[in-house]
Design a binder for this molecule. Structure first.
Ligand SMILES: Cc1ncc(COP(=O)(O)O)c(C=O)c1O
Length: 431
């Protein structure tokens, strides 16, 4: 098997266009030689040293570059490197708890999250995730905190007709209610700025995230943005929260961070959070053996350099005329004419296509029909890779696809991919 640009070839030599960046991982394209070279050079210099004994130059330099990339809000903050999204989420949850203890708030331990969310597969991450299918079996093993409602405009609980412009505030108010009911025990609120796999690229209405951020500040609750999927340029901003001018206390990122070239995740914390620990007990009580693994960091650092040099964040900006993302936005609109497509939604290079059995009533397909998987299989047979999911309506029913191509995709490749996807959707609808 091999990869180059937007293509993957399987063991038999069949070529696939990677229209979902695997699982929204690959942002810079497959097979970029300079990333492999940077990893090899690091391996020759130093393959590994434990972070309790040494801070490596690659960790120090890359952390500073990431803080700069994350912007002013993270100036003089710290970066904690892990091997992926779930490890980073665990880290962020514990960091939030330790912060509260360090500032004299030991009662605060609850992490409030949103229903229909996904934050990872480890038990801590599952406890704050709302994805029914991925968590139900493990529920007896996890500590449960409140999951609040969230704006999913296509299926708005308030039946609004203004894309949740007004009722976004009702959803934000639900967080305030949950914090108040937690009775001084809420430590943090975690959210995906744009919903990832569980809902398929649902973009929040204007004002909602700003209100959420303001509510957290007012109540002394840390704001954790899970940008595992949306970070590192995927939505056309370095981090998706920038679309709404929200300044989280902690940002978690992975996937696009290394674009898949090595297992890598990062927790980026503001000075406020890290100072509390530095000026308190002095050490974060947490760690994995492979924190700050030099070869993964060399990969991530080379990816960051590459995406900045090639202006890939700009390519992913769907609001910029002529950008790759604006061409993708335009091309995807043609799917709206299909009888089984309920909504095409998204931002930048992160898009969702929701399927319905009845377009007017927005009625989903019966879950046992596995409609999204059928589309995924029909697309793969045509040489197109997409990311099918189920459960967007209520955690069980509702079929959708996630699309997240590498930012190097060309106009011709976009047109070909959408054509194949359209045909695959029609095929899946046939008995
Ligand atoms: C928003 C979000 N958070 C966390 C995770 C977990 O990341 P990982 O699979 O790297 O552990 C994912 C994975 O899909 C994700 O989309």
């Amino acid at each position: 098997m091999r990869g180059e640009g937007v293509y993957l070839w399987d063991a038999s030599g069949k070529r696939y266009l990677d229209f979902s960046g695997s699982a929204a991982v690959n942002f810079i394209g497959h097979g970029v030689p300079e990333i492999a070279a940077a990893m090899a050079a690091q391996a020759q210099q130093l393959e590994f040293a434990h972070s309790s004994q040494f801070v490596t130059p690659v960790a120090e330099e890359y952390a500073q570059e990431l803080l700069d990339f994350a912007g002013e809000n993270f100036q003089d903050g710290c970066v904690y490197f892990t091997c992926g999204g779930s490890e980073s989420i665990e880290t962020a949850l514990k960091l939030a708890r330790q912060y509260q203890v360090e500032i004299g708030q030991p009662k605060r331990y609850q992490i409030i999250s949103r229903g229909q969310s996904y934050h990872g597969s480890t038990l801590g991450a599952l406890s704050v995730s709302g994805n029914k299918r991925r968590r139900e079996m493990y529920l007896p093993m996890v500590r449960e905190f409140e999951h609040v409602t969230f704006p999913y405009c296509y299926r708005c609980a308030y039946d609004c007709t203004d894309s949740c412009r007004n009722c976004g505030q009702e959803y934000a108010a639900d967080l305030e209610r949950a914090i108040e009911e937690a009775n001084g025990e809420a430590a943090a609120f975690i959210f995906e700025p744009v919903s990832g796999a569980t809902l398929g690229a649902v973009v929040p209405p204007p004002g909602y995230l700003q209100s959420v951020a303001e509510t957290c500040r007012r109540h002394g609750v840390l704001l954790i943005a899970d940008e595992v999927m949306t970070g590192m340029g995927r939505t056309g901003r370095n981090f998706a929260v920038e679309h709404w001018d929200v300044a989280p206390d902690i940002v978690v990122t992975a996937k696009g961070l290394s674009s898949g070239y090595a297992p890598l995740g990062a927790v980026i914390a503001t000075k406020k959070v890290t100072d509390a620990i530095a000026n308190g007990s002095g050490a974060f009580l947490h760690g994995f053996t492979y924190n700050s693994h030099p070869i993964s960091l060399a990969a991530g650092r080379a990816v960051l350099k590459h995406l900045q040099r090639e202006k890939l964040v700009q390519a992913a900006d769907s609001s910029q005329e002529g950008s790759t993302a604006s061409r993708l936005t335009q091309a995807l609109q043609s799917l709206n004419t299909l009888d089984t497509v309920g909504e095409v939604r998204g931002i930048g290079l992160l898009w969702g296509v929701e399927f319905v059995a009845d377009k007017i009533a927005k009625k989903p397909f019966p879950p046992e029909m596995n409609f999204a998987s059928r589309v995924g299989q029909a697309a793969a047979a045509r040489g197109l890779l997409v990311y099918p999911m189920q459960g967007c309506v209520d955690g069980i029913s509702g079929d959708h696809l996630l699309l997240a191509p590498p930012a190097v995709i060309t106009t011709e490749q976009i047109d070909w991919a959408v054509e194949q996807l359209s045909a695959a959707i029609e095929e899946a609808g046939k008995p």
